[in-house]
Design a protein around this ligand. Structure first.
Ligand code: ADE
Ligand code: ZN
Length: 315
């Protein structure tokens, strides 16, 4: 990666902590927790990182998360991510975690949260990285389950800046979560949601109008709807775009086809993020580098993208 890219101060606003679980740590945690894995070794697991769509990735992502059992595991996961951030001059993070992925396996909510929180705290004091944590609801599960998760989170209200919506997009429109998002907002939490990754522009409209989101996670399919484009430009609604993710999950065939710079030039407040870096081939820095290499991103454009990420912070 060019040094000038690495040196740019940036924020990461779209990162699933469970998606930062590198195969080496996954195997180490499996051993520590005496879990037998379905993969023979790190190489075999890495070789399985070939996806045709979001669902194929999610199946592996949830399987991988099964090794996370103790507070220390969640600490180690988060700490490893923060060290990567430090190395790439990511000075602020607003990561997601998926409580339901863990509570549904019998891991107490507070075990997950305490490990993550402690690492974020140490990241602030030891690495100088500020943060705001976002609790994300799994949209393939019923809204009732999201309500239960929000209830579990409320004793720890101050640990969060907001709620998000992730997992399988197609067939699970934002409107299904209107009430739980209203409840979260009434608690003073910000709202963000994945929309327009695989799903149509209508899902972005719903996320804006029904969930009243402050940022759109992905949102690259907004370009199919000119009226929507005008709205997100006029209102300067940030998009947390994840270029390497979009290629790995076949949202675009090649990086050369990615629309992030076209959006930037049209005045959309786009940002660069890594989504699930352990699975998609790189962290924020590698995402910037891919735009430079395949789309000819200039230094001026990189600076605007990095500044957008700092401007779009919620914390
Ligand atoms: N969970 C983790 N990564 C995701 C993505 N890219 N889209 C939806 N849900 C996710
Ligand atoms: Zn995501």
């Amino acid at each position: 990666m060019p040094e000038w890219l690495n040196a740019l101060p940036k924020a990461e606003l779209h990162l699933h902590l469970e998606g930062s679980l590198e195969p080496e740590l996954l195997f180490a945690l499996a051993e520590r927790n005496q879990i037998t894995l379905p993969w023979a070794d790190v190489e075999t697991l890495r070789a399985a990182y070939a996806f045709n769509n979001l669902q194929e990735f999610l199946d592996l992502y949830y399987a991988g998360a099964n090794v996370l059992r103790t507070e220390q595991d969640f600490y180690d996961l988060t700490w490893a991510y923060l060290q990567r951030c430090k190395a790439q001059n990511v000075i602020h993070v607003e990561p997601f975690f998926d409580p339901q992925t863990h509570t549904d396996r019998g891991i107490p909510f507070e075990v997950v949260l305490r490990g993550i929180q402690q690492a974020l705290h140490d990241g602030e004091t030891q690495l100088g990285i500020s943060h705001g944590l976002i609790l994300s609801f799994l949209r393939h599960l019923p809204e009732e389950e999201a309500f239960k998760t929000l209830e579990q989170a409320m004793p720890f209200r101050d640990a969060f800046i907001g709620v998000g919506l992730d997992s399988s997009e197609k067939g699970f429109p934002p409107r299904l979560f209107e009430r739980v998002f209203a409840k979260a907002r009434s608690e003073g939490l910000h709202a963000v949601a994945h929309a327009g990754e695989e799903g149509p522009p209508e899902y972005i409209w719903e996320a804006l109008d029904l969930l009243k989101i402050k940022r759109i996670d992905h949102g690259v399919r907004a370009i199919e709807d000119e009226r929507l484009m005008q709205r997100i430009i006029d209102e300067q609604i940030p998009l947390t775009v994840c270029p390497l993710s979009n290629i790995k999950l076949c949202v675009f065939e090649h990086m050369g086809q990615h629309n992030i710079l076209e959006m930037l030039e049209r005045g959309v407040k786009v940002t660069v993020n890594s989504d699930d870096p352990a699975y998609f081939g790189g962290y924020v820095g590698e995402n910037f580098a891919a735009l430079h290499e395949h789309l000819g991103m200039t230094e001026a454009q990189a600076k605007r993208l990095a500044q957008n990420s700092l401007d779009a912070r919620l914390a």
